[in-house]
Design a protein around this ligand. Structure first.
Ligand SMILES: [Fe+2]
Length: 281
């Protein structure tokens, strides 16, 4: 895997650019693999946008609707809906019913392979997950790791891969939470951790992530401790392998207003130079 460490970027500071694989679609590139062009990005579809040709990808794809509504193969995906398409899943029809914004995770080449009438579509070997409304799922508040108890968190598991044990889930952190005595250990994982802040804020060692924040963290990088003034919902992926938490023996200090100190690849340095702040007043 040849993806750079991105931790973290507010997607608001990135520019929309044309997505070369679908006509009329623009996207913000959050992470890209230099070899395979595997891409995580935020994609925008205008109301009425219609895919003209059926296609499939060599890659698996996961997606989550941030805004609007899109119908794929007759299945409706509104705000907060999740889907997983295995490699070779044929997209027969796609239509944006409203102005729609989706975060898409494409782990191999994103090149669309157009279906011609009579083509043999390669075999699909994993089960698709279609039209899951995450609002209808319950937060699992069973505590698995006591070192995260201070976050008063909940999870909605969206998918665990049977083979690799890769996991995708929504993670909810309660408001007004911080580690005991304002300090705690750091965690790291044997796999990539990737995350998008769907709503709210989360303070950690790289600053305060806000709605729209994104990170791609390669394996083995210590992070935390965390806390949240407002609470938040994160979409989290452990990519390519099982989610395991390893903890440091030492404790590290926590503050709610940690300075924005990102790790960014060259192409994001300019956009991510200054902290992005919402201006509600
Ligand atoms: Fe983590």
């Amino acid at each position: 895997m040849a993806r750079a460490h991105v931790e973290f970027i507010q997607s608001q500071v990135l520019d929309w650019q044309p997505w070369p694989y679908q006509q009329g679609v623009v996207y913000k590139q959050l992470s890209v693999d230099a070899e395979t062009q595997a891409t995580t990005g935020i994609f925008k579809y205008s109301a009425g946008w219609l895919e003209q040709e059926a296609y499939w990808l060599d890659s698996e794809e996961e997606f989550f609707v941030l805004k609007g509504e899109i119908t794929i193969n007759g299945v409706r995906y509104g705000e907060g809906y999740y889907g997983y398409f295995p490699a070779n899943y044929l997209r027969k029809t796609l239509k944006a019913n409203k102005d729609t914004v989706i975060i898409r995770f494409i782990d191999q080449s994103p090149k669309a392979i157009k279906y011609q009438c009579g083509d043999l579509v390669p075999e699909v070997t994993k089960a698709a997950i279609e039209g899951i409304n995450t609002f209808d799922m319950h937060w699992d508040k069973g505590e698995l790791d006591k070192k995260l108890a201070h976050l008063d968190f909940g999870r909605k598991i969206l998918r665990i891969d049977d083979t690799t044990k890769a996991k995708t889930f929504l993670y909810m952190v309660s408001p007004q939470t911080y580690p005991p005595n304002w300090c705690g250990p750091r965690e790291h994982h044997p796999t990539v951790e990737e995350s998008f802040c769907v709503t709210g804020t989360l303070a950690g060692n790289h600053g305060v992530m806000r709605t729209g924040a994104y990170f791609w963290r390669p394996p083995g990088i210590p992070h935390g401790p965390y806390g949240s003034r407002t609470g938040c919902v994160l979409l989290i992926r452990f990519v390519g392998g099982e989610h395991i938490n390893h903890w440091s023996d030492e404790n590290y200090p926590f503050i709610f207003d940690a300075k924005y100190a990102p790790v960014l690849p060259d192409n994001m340095l300019l956009a991510g130079k200054k902290e992005w702040l919402p201006e509600p007043f």
